[in-house]
Design a protein around this ligand. Structure first.
Ligand code: PLP
Length: 225
């Protein structure tokens, strides 16, 4: 890629970030909202461009692909969120390289990460993924299982349970977001709802989201998911 194209792409990512941030700012809400740039399939140089434009939080779905990027930026002040499916034989690497994990849906996974987290890094922030629309193809716990998993995870020493994450059906995300808002209000010690993507971040923020996960509207269309 020549210098002209690099420059053009830089302007695109930085302009896109400005737009997404102004969409976030345009929504009246009581909570602070943190934008996570979902950088799956994206290169180190694209992440660098977003970082140079002021973006600090990044989300990755695939461990193998993410490690190279996380290591590249070690010590630069980026905050990494793991948002993809978790295999139990990969928990050590996730616990070591990430600051947040959004996709915990089994106590066993949380226990392993608590055991494997280096205490010098501070506690690992955890969100329980909720399968809010009861979709067979999606991971996450059902609403009626939340109470049990919350109480078991809360007792683990090296992780800090912060709240919930969901990926609702796009067609009724508004209803699903409001179910999540009600759910978290039952747990006064939890303070974080991760919900809302490129297409529905406004509705998510209206329903209490404080972490929104945006990929496409920052980096452009992906060639795979
Ligand atoms: C890919 C992905 C996103 C970002 O989706 P966009 O529609 O590209 O904004 C958010 N959350 C999760 C869990 C994802 O896998």
């Amino acid at each position: 890629m020549g210098p002209f194209l690099m420059r053009k792409q830089f302007l695109m990512i930085s302009d896109n970030l400005k737009q997404v941030n102004s969409r976030i700012d345009s929504i009246q809400s009581d909570q602070n909202v943190q934008l996570i740039a979902v950088s799956k399939t994206r290169s180190v140089s694209e992440i660098q461009e977003a970082f140079d434009s002021g973006q600090k939080h990044f989300g990755e779905n695939y461990l193998q692909e993410s490690l190279e990027k996380v290591r590249h930026f070690k010590g630069s002040g980026l905050v990494w969120h793991f948002i993809g499916p978790i295999q139990s034989n990969k928990t050590a690497s996730i616990a070591e390289n990430f600051d947040w994990v959004h996709s915990v849906d089994r106590v066993k996974i949380a226990k392993r990460m608590s055991d494997q987290r280096n205490p010098n890094l501070g506690k690992l922030n955890i969100l329980v993924q909720v399968n809010v629309d009861k979709e067979e193809t999606k991971s996450g716990v059902l609403i009626e299982q939340v109470d049990e998993i919350v109480s078991e995870i809360m007792s683990l020493p090296h992780i800090c349970l912060r709240g919930f994450m969901c990926i609702p059906k796009p067609e009724n995300s508004s209803d699903s977001f409001s179910v999540m808002k009600k759910l978290i209000s039952k747990y006064p010690s939890l303070d974080t709802l991760s919900m809302g993507m490129s297409s529905d971040l406004e509705i998510a923020i209206e329903n209490g989201a404080n972490l929104v996960r945006v990929g496409t509207d920052i980096f452009g269309q992906r060639s795979y998911n």
